[in-house]
Design a protein around this ligand. Sequence first.
Ligand SMILES: [Zn+2]
Length: 425
Amino acid sequence: MPDTFTGPPDAAAAAPPGPLTKAPGVFADLVGQDDAVATLRRAAAAAAAQLRQAAPGGEPAADPGAGMTHAWIFTGPPGSGRSLAARAFAAALQCAYGTGCGTCPGCHTTMAGTHADVRLVAPEGLSIGVGEMRALVLRAASTPSGGRWQVVIISDADRLTEAAGNALLKAVEEPPPRTVFLLCAPSTHPDDVSVTIRSRCRVVPLRQPAPEAVAEVLARRDGIAPDVARWAAAAAQGHVGRARRLAGDPQARSRRDAVLAVPRRLTGVGAAFDAASALIEAAEAEAAASVAELDEAEKAALQTALGAGGTGRGAAGALRGAQGQLKDLEKRQKSRATRAQRDALDRALVDLAGFYRDALVAALRAPVAPVHTDAAALAEAGAQKWHAEGALRRLEAVLECRAAIEANVKPRIAVEAMMLALWKG
Ligand SMILES: [Zn+2]
């Protein structure tokens, strides 16, 4: 027996130095996305290895197939965590340990949105314009100030205008060596992302997380009581953010209750039009509340920047310029308000679709959990009255309404047509 026995080689000693790998890290909040997280971890490790090779006296080249590339698309249904995944990956790329430890300055500033080399583009209106995209592409080509990567996250790549898409394509086709583009879109359908951009990107598909996984994270991370978390996770149909709002915001809950009351209220033509008005107005009110504070803050900031008042020489010219800027701001704010209204209305339609889906499931006696556990009795009553065919027709009417609004039919017209269809069956 040698008296200096040291035991088996320690696996941890071979790994890059870092905090405990058991720490939750930047990927912890990606609910039910194990495959995607594994892919992103591998890519981040490969990216870190690339940087080490590039360093003077760097280590020899590692496995070239380890999966780092310059352009990525994160796809998945709303609420599955597309932009969360993109941001976590950006943090892992900027992480001092290449793992997304969650605690180093690179991780921390990226997650907080203050890292100098990570830019986020989120359209506030209905589209991302070419001017914004050109400016972004130009800045993304500069050398990363932190010595790692320039990361550009485009959170709704399906809202790029055609011209903006072309500007982005040029950059994605010939990426500067240290630039990484992370695009988020509902799918890789050509309506969402152009075929040419798609062909240059690696796709990370995210799934709709199971309600159990959503409930677990609400309870663990947000400290929500387990039974409330389970109810909210089911009602939100896999949308993590929506589940959290339902669990914590009484107004979100009462808006949902109003939507679920719609089927009972449809007793005639007049009632159908009333219900349509109520739904539209509720969406407008919700949207107005969500943007009001930001609108005011922006306006105040602009007025301060422009030095409201002033009577000296040149004041008249400055005033004309100021009016132009104020007009631009108002235009942007109007566009954002329209978007917020559409989002609010769409959430209501998703809730309503869930109700008719529950009625269909009840009529078919399918062994599937209801979406709206607290409205199960109502759905059962609907199933008795409409049978499977009637429930299916109504579900289709709601889905057609969503599709019509998506295709730019005026929301009020689409919602009125839907309410009439729901009443007539
Ligand atoms: Zn880190």
